[in-house]
Design a protein around this ligand. Structure first.
Ligand code: AP5
Ligand code: MG
Ligand code: ZN
Length: 219
C-alpha cells in the first residue's frame, strides 16, 4: 500500500511552538515546512513594496488581509509537489483562509497546540531567533550552546520585533478571536489533533507522533 503522505497544518497561539514542532514534524516526515510568518518576515526584510504593506499588519499584531495571505501561500504551494506532503505553520489563521486552502488541497492533519496565555507570554519574552536560518531558541528552555550564536549556522541571535509585551498581548487577542474557530472547523472535517503544548519540547513531539501514528501516518 502507498505510504500515507502528511499534509498537515499547525495552529495555536503565538508562542505555542508551531515553529518548533512544525520543523521537527517536517524533518521526521521529510517534507517541507512552510511558515507564513517566516515568508512575511523575509518579504519585510527585503523592503519590497509588498513587504512595506505586510509590515503594517505584522507590527500591529494583526492578521495580514486574507487576499494577500492567500496569494502568498498559493504562490508558495504552486512551487511544491503537494503529493509529497508538507507542514504548514501559521496558515490558515481564520475560517476564510481554511476554506480557501480546502479548495487548493485537502489537509489530513490539523495539529492544535494548546498553551495558556501566561505560558505563551513567558516563552515569547525569552525567545531569540537566528537572523540567518530562523532557528528558534529560548534563553532558559532551549538555550543555544554559545550565547548569542546559532548552533546550526553560526548566525546572530536576535529578538523578533513583534515580541514586545504589548504586541504579544495583541497577537494573543487576534488568535482567540480569529483563529480559535478553526478548532470546530477541523473537528468537523475529522482531522483535528489536540495536543497539550505545555509539556517539554520532546514530550509535545512524542504526543504529536503518537497521535499521527494512530491515524496511519508512518515516518
Ligand atoms: P508567526 O511568525 O506565525 O507568529 P505567531 O503566530 O505569533 O507565532 P510565533 O512564531 O511567535 O510562535 P510559535 O508558535 O511558532 O512558537 P515557537 O516555536 O517559536 O506570524 C507572525 C505574524 O505574521 C502574525 O502576527 C501576523 O501578523 C502574520 N501572519 C502569519 N500568518 C498569517 C496568516 N495565515 N494570516 C494572516 N496573517 C498572518 O516557540 C516560542 C518560544 O517558546 C521559543 O523560544 C521556543 O524555544 C519556546 N518553546 C517552544 N516549545 C516549548 C515548550 N514545549 N516548552 C518550553 N519552551 C518552548
Ligand atoms: Mg513561529
Ligand atoms: Zn542559524
Amino acid at each position: 500500500m502507498a505510504k500515507k503522505r502528511l499534509r498537515a497544518i499547525m495552529f495555536g497561539p503565538p508562542g505555542s511552538g508551531k515553529g518548533t514542532q512544525g520543523q521537527l514534524l517536517a524533518d521526521r516526515f521529510d517534507v517541507p515546512h512552510v511558515s507564513t510568518g517566516e515568508l512575511f518576515r523575509a518579504e519585510i526584510a527585503g523592503k519590497s513594496a509588498q513587504g512595506k504593506m505586510l509590515k503594517k499588519y505584522v507590527e500591529a499584531g494583526a492578521l495580514v488581509p486574507d487576499e494577500l495571505t492567500n496569494a502568498v501561500v498559493t504562490n508558495q504551494l504552486k512551487r511544491m509537489d503537494l503529493r509529497k506532503g508538507f507542514v504548514l505553520d501559521g496558515y490558515p489563521r481564520n475560517v476564510e483562509q481554511a476554506t480557501h486552502l480546502n479548495r487548493v488541497v485537502k489537509i489530513n492533519i490539523a495539529v492544535q497546540l494548546r498553551v495558556a496565555d501566561v505560558e505563551a507570554v513567558r516563552r515569547l519574552v525569552g525567545r531569540v531567533q537566528c537572523v540567518d536560518c530562523e532557528q528558534v531558541y529560548h534563553k532558559t528552555d532551549s538555550p543555544p550552546i554559545k550565547p548569542g550564536m546559532c548552533a546550526l549556522c553560526g548566525g546572530n541571535l536576535i529578538k523578533r520585533n513583534d515580541d514586545t509585551k504589548n504586541l504579544i498581548r495583541k497577537r494573543l487577542e487576534t488568535f482567540h478571536f480569529m483563529t480559535e474557530p478553526l478548532v470546530s472547523y477541523y473537528r468537523q472535517k475529522g482531522v483535528l489533533l489536540t495536543i497539550n503544548g505545555e509539556q517539554a519540547i520532546p514530550y509535545v513531539f512524542e504526543e504529536i507522533m503518537k497521535k499521527t501514528a494512530k491515524l496511519g501516518f508512518k515516518s
